[in-house]
Design a protein around this ligand. Structure first.
Ligand code: IMP
Ligand code: MG
Length: 181
């Protein structure tokens, strides 16, 4: 069992780096099988999914393309409710198979925004692959095709996920403790 470094405001480590690596390997194998011969486009939703994305695409064994989009919606531990696009993707997705790679689906607002936006661009298909899913906090109907872990309605940080832009670099996922801030 990994111990929490004393300087970090965490209640506990929820998912270890080893657990993440194992699960991402499984997701990569499943996606490679499902998209064999389709040359999917993996769309990284920055900044939260950067670490997950890098690990996921290393586990893809079929030909694929990589692209990036930067969105922003959260501040502190609550959803701002309004999604803003900071950087759009570059690839033309017409008739292509797109896999949106997200860090976490919480209310579902961000995922809904991206899927509706991409739908206007004529893709062959659009699916979501998320590292974490918090279905108990859903406000809009969104079901990811691929999900690493389903978690309770707790605020988590690490492995790309932040609290006010901190803790994205942690190699595991921990439950944030606001009282230790
Ligand atoms: P949604 O739009 O409410 O589904 O939220 C999606 C975005 O909110 C994610 O891409 C994260 O950036 C952020 N978010 C939601 N829950 C958490 C959390 O527990 N920790 C850190 N960020 C979160
Ligand atoms: Mg965030």
């Amino acid at each position: 069992m990994q111990t929490i470094p004393a300087n970090l405001p965490l209640k506990k480590i929820l998912i270890s780096g080893e657990q993440i690596t194992r699960r991402v390997g499984e997701l990569g194998a499943q996606i490679s099988k499902d998209y064999h011969g389709k040359t999917p486009l993996f769309l990284c939703i920055l900044r939260g999914s950067a670490l997950f994305y890098a690990e996921l695409v290393k586990n893809i064994t079929t030909d694929c393309h990589l692209d990036f989009m930067c969105l922003c919606s959260y501040s502190g531990t609550s959803s701002g409710g309004k999604v803003r696009m900071m950087l759009d993707s570059r690839e033309d997705i017409k008739n292509r198979h797109v896999i949106i790679v997200e860090d976490i689906i919480d209310t579902g607002t961000t995922a809904k925004y991206i899927t509706e936006l991409l739908a206007t661009r004529g893709p062959a298909s659009v699916e979501i692959c998320t590292l974490l899913d918090k279905p108990s906090n859903r406000e809009v109907e969104i079901k990811p095709r691929y999900s690493g872990f389903t978690i309770e309605n707790e605020f988590v940080v690490g492995y790309g996920l932040d609290y006010n832009e901190l803790y994205r670099n942690l190699p595991f996922i921990g439950v944030f403790d606001e009282s230790k801030q």
